[in-house]
Each structure stands twice: as structure tokens, then as C-alpha cells.
Design a protein around this ligand. Structure first.
Ligand code: CAA
Length: 290
């Protein structure tokens, strides 16, 4: 109910004039931002839900929205209660890419000197697990944003693609680099060189998505998975995430060494001792995140 009320208040405040004066409004337990909604969900309210909220522009990723998104990740990363973060979009899009209207008149000197898009990395540097719940279009930067997340679920009607080629540019936030890791060279080339959209089912076949769900099941299933992850030790979850990312981002030898070191490091935690003792004593573990 509180969430619904907040959404109503927010939609009544969706006028640029109000928000340009007060970009962030503080409430008792979270910040209200112009382009991003945050809410604690799940039975234990330990899941951080971030909703991209610029539906009239299909959640196009303008500079201010990306700033709001970074701040929302910061907020949940600092919050000790939050175990997992879910990222989704309001309306018929997850995100239709970088804001083309904002980019239209930029020149090389501006984008190069200003290191345009470099602040887009925040989702990929989050140490807590992030689940993308892709509810509609995930195009260009939207597809790249989904790929920055750790787990991606998609609704049956979601559409993916890297259409930058159709507007005379190329993906700039990991599209050419991350698709190839899961889909292989031929598919990555086809996607980046044609700009064709592809379905959630095709994305699942390529390994870009791990579950395709009916639209009304997307968020409940994402929350269920997030709750499962959050019932484990936060410190060990974070180690497992780091180890998987090492394989994704470096060579096999580097990854294996990192994995072994993190495995060794888990023996410095109380949760590792508790987890193994609980198994031997045939009881559920009581993790303390220590
Ligand atoms: N940037 C800015 N505005 C956008 C946008 C974008 N990426 N995508 C959609 N919008 C706006 C439209 O301009 C339109 O606004 P107005 O009502 O003010 O005209 C509104 O959102 C609704 O869009 P459409 O009327 O086009 O909706 P549709 O249902 O007919 O089509 C769509 C949907 C196929 C997603 C189409 O909007 C589209 O092709 N969008 C652009 C997708 C794209 O090219 N993305 C890549 C951007 S570049 C990038 O992301 C670079 C990078 O790597 C970071």
C-alpha cells in the first residue's frame, strides 16, 4: 500500500519544473528521485527494487536518469538490510537506450573530453547481486544495462537489440563486448551489424536471459529469486559474484586463481564455519554476515 501511495504521489509530481527545483526529495526510508523509484520489497523487505521511471520516453537513459540510477545503487549498496537489488522499468519498456535527443547535437570533442557514458558503469560495479527484470524494450543502452546485471529475467513480450547502427553509431556501454561472451561471434555480429531486434525467447537461447516469464510473473519470480539469494550469507554471496565475474571479465587462469583465493578467504568468515557445522549437525544454518 505504501508503495502504491508513493507511486501515486510520484506520478502527480512528474513535472520537470517541480523536480528541477528539488531533484531529490527525502522520505522516512528512501529518496524520491525524478527518474528512478526505489522501494524495499519481499517478505523481509530486504530486496531493493529500482524502477526506471520515464515511461513517456520509454525510459530512455538520459544523463539525469543515469545519475538517479547510480544514486539508487549507492543507497541500496550502503543499506545493510538489502541483500539483492532488482532493476526493472515502468510502462512498456525496460529502457529504449541512451537518450537520442540528448546525444543528437553532441560532437566528438564533447563526448571524448567529457568521457561520455563512463558514469554508466555503476550497475556493473555493484558488489551486491543485481537482477534485471526486463519488462519490455531493452534496446541499445537498455540491452547493455540488462547485460551489466548479474541475472536477467525477461517477460514473454520483451524485445532486445543493439540498434545503434541504425542511427549511425555503435554500442558504447558494453554491447559489442558482452553479447559476444554469451552469444558468440556470429550472433553478436548479426545483432550489432543489422540492428535487428530479437525476442525474449531468442535471448534465452543465446544465454543472455536465464528465464522467460509471463508478464505478471516477472516481478514476483525476480523477488522470489532475490529472496533465495538474500537468505544466504551476504559476504559469501559477494565472493561468489566476484569469482563468477572474474571468469566473465578475464582469462581462465586469472579466474581460477581468483576463485581459489576467494574460496580460501571464505574460511576466514564465521558464516563458512556455521554453514558447514549446520550441514554436519543436520540443521538449517544461521548466517550472521560475518
Ligand atoms: N531516446 C530518446 N527518446 C526516445 C528513445 C531514445 N532512445 N526511444 C524512444 N524515445 C521516445 C520517442 O522519441 C517518443 O517520444 P515523443 O512521444 O516525444 O515523440 C517516445 O519515446 C515513444 O517512442 P515511439 O513513439 O518511437 O514508440 P514506438 O512504440 O513507436 O517505438 C521503439 C518504440 C521501437 C523502442 C522506438 O522508440 C525506438 O526505436 N527507439 C530508439 C531505440 C534506439 O535506437 N536505441 C539506441 C539508442 S543509442 C544507445 O543506446 C547508445 C549506447 O550504446 C549507450
Amino acid at each position: 500500500m505504501a508503495g502504491i501511495m508513493r507511486r501515486l504521489v510520484l506520478s502527480s509530481l512528474q513535472t520537470p519544473s517541480i523536480f528541477s527545483a528539488f531533484r531529490c526529495l527525502s522520505t522516512s526510508n528512501s529518496l524520491l528521485r525524478e527518474f528512478v523509484l526505489t522501494e524495499k520489497v519481499g517478505e523481509k523487505k530486504n530486496i531493493g527494487l529500482i524502477t526506471l521511471n520515464r515511461p513517456k520516453a520509454l525510459n530512455a537513459l538520459c544523463d539525469a536518469l543515469m545519475k538517479d540510477l547510480s544514486d539508487a545503487i549507492d543507497e541500496f549498496e550502503k543499506d545493510k538490510d538489502i541483500g539483492t537489488i532488482i532493476l526493472t522499468g515502468q510502462g512498456k519498456a525496460f529502457a529504449a537506450g541512451a537518450d537520442i535527443k540528448e546525444m543528437q547535437n553532441k560532437n566528438f570533442a564533447e563526448v571524448f573530453s567529457g568521457s561520455f557514458l563512463s558514469h554508466w558503469l555503476r550497475v556493473s560495479t555493484c558488489r551486491k547481486p543485481v537482477i534485471a527484470a526486463v519488462n519490455g524494450y531493452a534496446l541499445g543502452g537498455g540491452c547493455e544495462l540488462a547485460m551489466m546485471c548479474d541475472i536477467t529475467f525477461a517477460s514473454e513480450n520483451a524485445k532486445f537489440g543493439q540498434p545503434e547502427i541504425l542511427i549511425g553509431t555503435i554500442p558504447g556501454a558494453g554491447g559489442t563486448q558482452r553479447i559476444i561472451k554469451t552469444a558468440g561471434k556470429s550472433k553478436a555480429m548479426e545483432i550489432c551489424l543489422t540492428g535487428d531486434q530479437f525476442t525474449a525467447q531468442e535471448a534465452e537461447k543465446m544465454g543472455l536471459v536465464s528465464k522467460v516469464l509471463p508478464p505478471d510473473q516477472l516481478l514476483p519470480q525476480a523477488i522470489k529469486t532475490a529472496e533465495k539469494i538474500s537468505s544466504n550469507s551476504k559476504i559469501i554471496v559477494s565472493m561468489a559474484k566476484e569469482a563468477v565475474n572474474r571468469a566473465y571479465e578475464t582469462t581462465l587462469q586469472e579466474g581460477l586463481l581468483c576463485e581459489r583465493r576467494l574460496f580460501h578467504a571464505s574460511f576466514a568468515t564465521e558464516d563458512r564455519a556455521e554453514g558447514m557445522s549446520a550441514f554436519v549437525e543436520k540443521r538449517p544454518p544461521k548466517f550472521q554476515d560475518k
